[in-house]
Ligand binder design. Structure first.
Ligand code: GLN
Length: 505
């Protein structure tokens, strides 16, 4: 591999053109990591039901707990990155744990299922928020190219999600490469894929990290080397000791309920405690970040219906073709969004740049508000599928797909922009924690999505397929109305939030 010269921060941030070259390296590391993550995500519930003999309700609850933990752990991963390891070592350690987790799963998924999962959860916590924080540091605070950079990075996220999400489960279920992979090894190979791509992710990072100059190095430069080393080793050992605890929490979902009640308020209290160290100017920005984080919980709670109630809606009530092309409704529900992100992230990024040049780019609060308005329209379209239903309660997959198309623009106004805003609004010292809190909001989103989905499902018990369709569709109309209200509230409070954000756009 070609030797990349070490650069200083100014040199990195003064890059020419649309994107810094380091963004490409982080793009690919994150792409492979998301391949691993979404690859596994796609296999979990199916494996739990088909090989671990769980009933669907238990599998769904444990899956929800896994997802909530993954994102909740990003807060803890961010905290240790800020205080002890630095972004780079955290990312590396997280990658190693993810590899260990997926190797364990590939060796014997049936007997070591929860052990492998435990490692993967903790590993993702150390990896995921910190790579996003590094993207933020490639840009000067006032660089208008930052949001476009995050949109591009987000494309890497979804490219990995799309390919991994499809390939791992397709091989494991035997719908791909049947003749190459013996039947009794299919699941091992599916999980093994995740391990291999995670190794590629880590190698991509280690081979290119020199180009990051000072970005992500230790937060304790003034400590004696041996003392720093001790703290680092304690962090590594501590994170290994947490794995068995996570395993117990995931296997007993009621413990996860308690944890979710505590971690959010605790993280907010911690943020307030941290605020003591910062100036009023910095603290106002942190408050603005907190407002974004709280709104994003609602967004993800609706959006993440995709893994829950929308997948049941897809299975029961959607046709098997889009404009005459035969397609699996669940496949579409799982992947259409990633595909649209890949198709349109760069376009949306360029639109922001184009608007910035003409000084008409909406600021982050308005973009967030727009995100909710798109979400509202998308859910209204899901509701509207009801008017295309036949007597058997089967409606148009095409119209449903259009709903995802619209929601994708909402996601692009909120998710990459939100990540970008977290890096702008937080002082360097607490950046990984803020990024961790951003993803913690996704943990709550996942958690509430399960509750919302369960409510909709409960209301449609013992109903005919057509009645079910009506209950689900009406549920989506309700969610659409809530999203609309959230969008309007955000736009109404935008002057206040803008004030808190001060010079940040
Ligand atoms: N799909 C995005 C990712 O995996 C965002 C996930 C989230 O924040 N809920 O990075």
């Amino acid at each position: 591999m070609e030797q990349i010269p070490v650069s200083n921060l100014e040199e990195i941030q003064n890059f020419k053109g649309k994107y810094p070259k380091q963004l490409w390296y982080l793009f690919f590391s994150e792409m492979w990591e998301r391949f691993c993550f979404y690859g596994m995500r796609g296999m979990l519930v199916v494996f739990m039901v088909s090989h671990l003999g769980m009933n669907e309700k238990v599998a769904n609850l444990q899956y929800g707990a896994t997802q909530a933990w993954v994102y909740a752990f990003t807060f803890i991963g961010g905290l240790f990155a800020d205080k002890i390891l630095g972004l780079r070592k955290s990312l590396f350690w997280g990658g190693i744990l993810m590899i260990v987790g997926s190797v364990i799963l590939s060796i014997d998924p049936k007997n070591f299922f929860f052990i492998g999962l435990g490692f993967t959860i903790v590993g993702t916590g150390f990896f995921k928020p910190n790579i996003s924080s590094m993207v933020g540091q490639l840009y000067r605070n006032d660089d208008p190219r930052r949001d476009a950079g995050f949109s591009f990075f987000y494309m890497g996220v979804n490219l990995g999600a799309l390919i991994g999400g499809y390939i791992c489960i397709a091989v494991a279920e035997g719908s791909m490469w049947q003749s190459l992979v013996p039947e009794h090894l299919r699941w091992n190979v599916g999980f093994g894929f995740a391990a291999v791509v995670m190794i590629i992710s880590l190698l991509t990072f280690t081979q290119t990290q020199k180009s990051l100059g000072p970005i992500g190095l230790t937060p304790l430069p003034d400590f004696e080397k041996s003392k720093r080393r001790l703290w680092e080793i304690l962090t590594y050992v501590g994170s290994l000791l947490i794995v068995p605890i996570i395993i117990i929490m995931v296997a007993n979902t009621e413990y996860t309920d308690y944890f979710m009640m505590v971690i959010g308020p605790a993280s907010v209290l911690y943020l307030f405690y941290e605020m003591k160290n910062f100036s009023t100017v910095e603290n106002k920005k942190l408050l603005a970040a907190l407002i974004f984080i709280i709104f994003s919980i609602f967004f993800w709670a609706f959006f993440e219906q995709s893994g829950g109630s929308l997948s049941l809606y897809a299975a029961n009530n959607l046709s098997h073709d889009v404009l005459g092309v035969p397609l699996s409704p669940n496949g579409v529900n799982n992947s259409a969004n990633s595909l649209f992100v890949i198709g349109f992230a760069a376009v949306v990024g360029l639109v922001w740049l184009w608007m910035a040049k003409r000084k008409i780019e909406p600021n982050t609060v308005v973009k967030f508000g727009l995100g909710f308005l798109f979400l509202a329209v998308g859910f209204y379209i899901f509701y509207y599928t009801k008017f295309f239903a036949n007597e058997q309660g089967i409606t148009s997959l095409g119209v449903f797909t259009f709903g995802w198309f619209v929601i994708t623009f909402g996601e692009l106004c909120l998710s990459p922009i939100g990540m970008s805003a977290m890096t702008k609004l937080s002082p360097q010292k607490t950046q990984a924690v803020i990024m961790g809190m951003w993803f913690l909001a996704s943990a709550y989103g996942q958690y509430f999505a399960g509750l919302l989905g369960a409510n909709i499902a409960e209301a449609s018990e013992n109903a005919t397929n057509l009645e079910k369709l009506v209950v689900y569709a009406d549920g989506y109309k309700q969610l659409g109305i809530y999203a609309l209200i959230a969008g309007i509230v955000l736009i109404l409070i935008s002057p206040l939030v803008k004030k808190l954000m001060q010079d940040v756009k």
